[in-house]
Design a protein around this ligand. Structure first.
Ligand SMILES: *[C@@H]1O[C@H](CO)[C@@H](O)[C@H](O)[C@H]1NC(C)=O
Ligand SMILES: *[C@@H]1O[C@H](CO)[C@@H](O)[C@H](O)[C@H]1NC(C)=O
Ligand SMILES: *[C@@H]1O[C@H](CO)[C@@H](O)[C@H](O)[C@H]1NC(C)=O
Length: 507
């Protein structure tokens, strides 16, 4: 391993690596004004230019949080995917780093697809899927890239590290790597006879991998493909998170094209089995009930919290902002906790409080009353004093009701409706004592956290101008509204550092 690392770092000085630096130079050229594009969020991570989808390799390295993301810099649509990269000291203020991975090698020419990251021997190691298209056939392999400084990544000379999907299926992607005792484990999603399954590989050095077994699979009602597996231990259980393709919607469950959710169980490492609960549509719970939520990545913070981030988007839908040369964003970073009943709760990380700049509203409102939001980047805390009556809150723009949050007291259901075709999303919700909604709006997104985080809705919205908040339902609501500040941007110090230390060195 040590010898390998030295070899890699010697190759850093080669002409080929200097050629690689084009993406860093492009990055240095990008101008700040690009951040001010139409619908662009102020405190959610979006790409500096171009398209973004899944978050990747969420990790802590050299005293910073790192989030990578699926990134197509050349326009506002999906294309040969890079890994974009942002870093933060506090989980709130994020600055752009140069793209970490560029699809230009024979095993990843058509894209560096989603994966994960680990830290080992003070190197940040990325695992990703190389996508290749030849003779109209996709082929997917698992690959490695490493970095000593957390900024410039070098692909492993002997990629791919996992070549062949055991069932011959071309869908074979999204490695999730972690360590348990002295072994490295990797989960990869694939498909066998049109049924999704999840493979476990093991390694002692991160570079040679051996298939250990199929830890879980669909028995007919869990779709044809599981993307973006994530797994972690919490309170003595394993929480297995999957993004499922091909699940059938059932009343108000599974309304989106694809579903991201979890199953609670126990990973038996010896038998290579996810146990106790079979992965089925009965044991699989959606994490978020909004229209736009996919591809969860989690990590453990320094103080032991389980943090997650996801794509605030969905496949096969229209991104109005694409015309402005960018598309899509990630969710706020959230903390996951587990109830005694085995339910995962999601809440924004406490650091989010640092975004508040001023209190815009703080009063009780009666049904029918309304006020102007005054900004398109804000947080609202909405409380009632009882749960005996219906409650509703509507966001209006263009003189129309456009997005409504409702609670129906007699059925114990909370819903959001963003209008249009299939605009309604619902979930069972039994609040204790009073209604509590925490709502985050950021230009073209809305996230609604209900109660202690039992139900969350994340969706895209497209308010063109100012937003008006109208109180509906049958009871008074107390609303505190905060203006939130910009927290995503370029870091001038980082740009200067790259210019003087990285690019010039290889000229
Ligand atoms: C690939 O598929 C497209 C569309 O199905 C077809 O037009 C084209 O001829 C195919 N190319 C090859 C090399 O098979
Ligand atoms: C899977 O890994 C475990 C733990 O390293 C080992 O005990 C077991 O024998 C492996 N199974 C297979 C089929 O390789
Ligand atoms: C609203 O409800 C939350 C959760 O119960 C509580 O912590 C908060 O203090 C309440 N805020 C107001 C202004 O009543």
């Amino acid at each position: 391993m040590q010898v390998f690392v030295i070899l890699v770092w010697l190759s850093v000085a080669s002409a080929e690596f200097a050629h690689d630096m084009a993406h860093v130079e492009d990055f240095i050229q990008q101008k700040k004004y690009l951040l001010k594009k139409k619908y662009r969020p102020m405190y959610h991570i979006s790409a500096p230019v171009g398209w973004l989808n899944d978050p990747n390799g969420f990790i802590y390295f050299k005293r910073q949080y790192h989030i990578f993301y699926q990134y197509h810099p050349y326009n506002g649509a999906w294309g040969p995917i890079h890994w974009g990269h942002v870093v933060s000291d506090n989980l709130v203020d994020w600055s752009f780093n140069p793209p970490a991975l560029v699809p230009k090698d024979h095993y990843d020419r058509y894209g560096c697809l989603s994966g994960s990251a680990v830290v080992h021997n003070s190197y940040l190691t990325l695992f990703y899927t190389g996508n290749v298209l030849a003779n109209n056939k996709t082929s997917q392999t698992q690959n490695v890239a490493i970095s000593a400084d957390g900024t410039i990544f070098q692909k492993y000379l002997y990629n791919p590290v996992v070549r062949d999907a055991p069932y011959g299926n071309t869908d074979f992607r999204n490695p999730k790597v972690w360590r348990f005792r002295n072994t490295w484990y990797m989960l990869v999603g694939t498909s066998k006879a049109q049924q999704a399954c999840l493979l476990l590989y093991t390694s002692s050095d991160l570079f040679t991998w051996k298939l250990n077994g199929t830890i879980a699979k669909s028995y007919g009602d869990m779709g044809y493909m599981w993307e973006n597996p994530d797994i972690f231990e919490m309170d003595g259980f394993h929480v297995l998170i999957l993004s499922v393709q091909g699940i059938i919607s059932d009343s108000y469950r599974f309304r989106n094209l694809y579903q991201t959710g979890y199953v609670i169980g126990k990973l038996n490492y010896k038998k290579a089995q996810f146990e106790d609960l079979e992965v089925s549509s009965a044991t699989f719970n959606e994490l978020d009930f909004g229209h736009d939520f996919y591809a969860v990545k989690t990590m453990q913070s320094v103080d032991g919290r389980r943090l997650m981030v996801a794509w605030l988007g969905m496949w096969d839908s229209e991104y109005e902002e694409s015309h402005a040369g960018w598309a899509s964003m990630l969710t706020l970073v959230r903390e996951l906790t587990l109830t005694r009943q085995g339910k995962v709760l999601m809440n924004p990380v406490s650091e989010i409080l640092e975004l508040r700049t001023e209190v815009l509203e703080d009063a009780w409102y009666s049904p029918g009353e309304a006020f102007n939001a005054g900004t398109r980047a804000f947080e609202m805390i909405v409380n009632s004093s009882t749960i005996s009556y219906d409650a509703a809150l509507t966001l209006e723009w263009n003189g129309d009701r456009q997005y409504t949050i409702s609670y129906m007291a007699d059925t114990g259901v909370v819903s959001v409706d963003r209008g249009g075709v299939d605009g309604l999303r619902k979930a069972d919700w039994r609040p204790v004592n009073h209604i509590h909604w925490r709502v985050f709006v950021d230009y073209s997104s809305i996230e609604v956290f209900c109660g202690a985080g039992e139900v969350v809705f994340s969706s895209r919205i497209y308010p063109k101008k100012s937003i008006r908040i109208r109180i509906g339902g049958d009871m008074q609501l107390h609303i505190t509204q905060y203006k939130l500040r910009r927290s995503i941007g370029y870091d001038n110090k980082m740009q200067k550092h790259l210019k003087t230390h990285v690019v010039n060195r290889f000229k």
